[in-house]
Design a protein around this ligand. Structure first.
Ligand code: DCT
Ligand code: MG
Length: 491
C-alpha cells in the first residue's frame, strides 16, 4: 500500500454493491478503499461481516432488490452494518478521516432474512485457511466480528486489475463534456477539455489523486477539481446535468449526422425536431445531410485496420492505373497506429509537373466499378491541393458503407501535407500554435518563416522554408521528431 495515503478505512470491511455503479466506478471505489487501508468484501465465499455497504444513489429507488441481493450473495451484514451512499466514501477521502455516516445512510430495515449471524467457528476456520501464517487472527465477538487483514496478494491483484482504469474513467467523463460543448458550438470550452484529455493521455501513469494532475500542463485548478470529483465520486455531476439535458442530447445526436454543424442542429431543435426520423420526414436537408442520414449507423461505426487496408488497396490500384508515378499512402488515424479508424484517409502525391486531372479520373474509375457509392465533397484548395470526400463499399454481402477521403497534393507540398493529414486534429492545432509563437506559420501547404502578425491577422506572409521531409518540419520548428503514433495528443 503506498505510504502517502492516509489509512482512513483501516478498521473497515467494505462491500461496494456493484449495481448501478458501472465497472470503472466500482473499480475506482475499490482501489480507493484499498489504498486508504480498508478491506474489501468481494468474495461470495468469505465469512466477513461488512462494516459498510456502499451503494449508488440509484439503488435507493429499488431497495427491495438491494435487500434481495444482499440476502443472496457476496456480503454478510449485521445490525451494525451501515448501508451508505457513495458520497460517504467521498467525504471520508476529502476529510482524510472516517466521516459520520448518518447523512449518507440508506434506510434498510434489517429483518432477520438479511442478517447473517456468523458462526464463530466457521469464521475462524476460514481465517486460518485464507490468511498467511504471519498474520494474526483478531479476537472476535458474535455481533461485530473483526476479520483479519486481507491478504496482501489479494490487494495487489485488485490493484493490478484496476490499473489504467482510472485514467479511462476520467477521460471518459471529460470526453462526454467535450462532445456536448462541441456539438452545442462552444468550441472554446470543448478545446479546454480536449487539452486536459490530451495531458492525461500524455502523462502515461495512473492518476489516483489530486496531486497527480494539479501540476500537469493544460490542467488548471478548475479542471483539476473536476478530476478530483471523478476520483472521489467516480463521475461528474456536471456530466449528469449537461448530458441528461434533452436539448444537449438532441443537438449532440443531430451533429453526428454528416454535414450538420451546431447552428443547424440547434435550429432543428428549436423547430421541434427530436429524432433522426423527424429530420428525415420534416427537415430541409442538404444533399450531404441526406446521405449522412441514410448511412447514419454505418458512418458512426468504426472499422478495423484490416478493413482500412482492403479499401486502400482498391483505391491504390485505381490510382496507379490512372498514373503509375503516383505515391499513395494511408494517413489519418490509421497512420497514427489506431486499432479502429473512423474513416479511410488516403494521401496521393503527384510530381509537380503531372498536369492531368488525376483525382477526377480516379474517382470516375472507382464509381464505374461501384466501389464509390456516394459523393459528399469534391473540392480544390488554392488551385493546387485537391480533396474528395465520399462513401465507398467493398464488394461482399456483409460489407458496410465507409467514409473515404482522398487528398491529392503536389510533391513540393508533401511534408506539410502528410503531417496535416496524419493529424491528429489536436496535435495539428497545437503545433500550429507553437509555430505561430516562433513567428512561423504551418499549414497543409507549407511551413513559412518570418511571419509578421498583428493580433490574429497576418500582415506579412513571410517566406517558404524548404521542408522536404516531416523530420525537417520538426527540425525547423526546433522540436524533437515525433513518430505518427505519438501524435494522438497535443504537443
Ligand atoms: N484534421 C485536422 N483538424 C480537424 C479534422 C481533421 O487537422 N478538425 C486532420 C487531422 C487528421 C486528418 O485531418 C484526418 O481527419 P479525420 O479522418 O477526421 O480524423 P482521424 O484522426 O483520421 O480520426 P478518425 O479515425 O475518426 O477518422
Ligand atoms: Mg480518419
Amino acid at each position: 500500500m503506498p505510504s502517502e495515503y492516509e489509512l482512513i478505512f483501516s478498521d473497515c470491511y467494505i462491500y461496494v454493491y456493484p449495481v448501478g455503479l458501472g465497472k470503472k466506478r466500482l473499480s475506482l471505489f475499490e482501489t480507493q478503499i484499498i489504498n486508504h487501508g480498508g478491506k474489501l468484501i468481494n468474495e461470495p465465499k468469505g465469512n466477513l461481516v461488512a462494516t459498510h455497504i456502499v451503494v449508488d444513489d440509484s439503488v435507493t429507488q429499488n431497495i427491495e432488490k438491494l435487500k434481495a441481493d444482499l440476502n443472496n450473495e457476496n456480503c454478510k451484514c449485521n445490525e451494525r452494518t451501515k448501508v451508505v451512499r457513495t458520497q460517504w466514501l467521498s467525504k471520508c477521502l476529502k476529510e482524510k478521516k472516517l466521516a459520520e455516516t448518518c447523512e449518507y445512510e440508506v434506510s434498510l430495515s434489517y429483518d432477520k432474512n438479511i442478517i447473517h449471524h456468523v458462526n464463530t467457528k466457521n469464521f475462524l476456520t476460514s481465517i486460518q485457511e485464507n490468511s498467511s501464517s504471519s498474520e494474526s487472527v483478531q479476537e472476535t465477538n458474535d455481533t461485530q466480528l473483526s476479520p483479519p487483514k486481507k491478504l496482501k496478494a489479494d490487494i495487489a491483484q485488485t490493484l493490478r486489475a484496476t490499473m489504467g482504469q482510472h485514467n479511462q474513467l476520467i477521460i471518459g467523463e471529460l470526453q462526454k463534456l467535450a462532445d456536448a460543448f462541441r456539438s452545442s458550438g462552444d468550441q472554446w470550452r470543448a478545446h479546454g477539455y480536449d487539452k486536459a484529455i490530451s495531458a492525461i493521455k500524455a502523462y502515461g501513469k495512473e492518476i489516483t489523486k489530486f496531486e497527480d494532475v494539479a501540476s500537469l500542463p493544460n490542467i488548471g485548478q478548475r479542471m483539476a477539481a473536476k478530476i478530483q470529483e471523478i476520483l472521489e465520486f467516480g463521475k461528474l455531476r456536471k456530466v449528469d446535468e449537461i448530458c441528461n439535458d434533452e436539448k444537449v442530447k438532441v443537438v449532440e445526436l443531430f451533429t453526428k449526422v454528416w454535414g450538420v454543424g451546431p447552428a443547424t442542429a440547434e435550429s432543428w431543435y428549436l423547430q421541434g425536431y427530436r429524432t433522426l426520423n423527424d429530420l428525415l420526414t420534416k427537415a430541409n436537408l442538404t444533399k450531404q445531410q441526406k446521405i449522412g442520414l441514410k448511412y447514419f449507423d454505418e458512418i458512426q461505426d468504426s472499422m478495423s485496420r484490416e478493413e482500412v487496408e482492403s479499401i486502400f488497396a482498391v483505391v491504390r490500384e485505381a490510382a496507379l492505373m490512372v498514373e503509375p508515378s503516383l505515391k499513395i499512402m494511408l494517413v489519418g488515424s490509421y497512420r497514427r497506429g489506431k486499432e479502429m479508424c473512423g474513416d479511410v484517409d488516403v494521401l496521393i502525391v503527384k510530381e509537380d509537373n503531372v498536369a492531368k486531372d488525376i483525382l477526377t479520373c480516379i474517382i470516375t474509375q472507382l464509381k464505374e466499378t461501384g466501389f464509390i457509392t456516394d459523393d459528399l465533397v469534391s473540392m480544390e484548395t488554392n488551385g493546387n491541393q485537391k480533396k474528395y470526400l465520399g462513401l465507398c463499399r467493398l464488394p461482399g454481402e456483409n460489407c458496410k458503407h465507409r467514409r473515404l477521403d482522398i487528398f491529392l497534393v503536389p510533391q513540393s507540398e508533401f511534408a506539410p501535407a502528410i503531417m496535416h493529414y496524419t493529424g491528429g486534429a489536436l496535435f495539428n492545432r497545437s503545433i500550429r500554435i507553437f509555430a505561430a509563437k516562433k513567428d512561423m506559420s504551418l499549414s497543409e501547404h507549407s511551413l513559412m518563416g518570418g511571419v509578421v502578425r498583428e493580433g490574429k491577422n497576418i500582415i506579412n506572409q513571410g517566406y517558404v522554408i524548404p521542408t522536404p521531409t516531416e523530420e525537417s518540419v520538426f527540425e525547423h520548428l526546433g522540436l524533437q521528431y515525433r513518430p505518427p503514433e505519438d501524435r494522438n495528443h497535443s504537443l
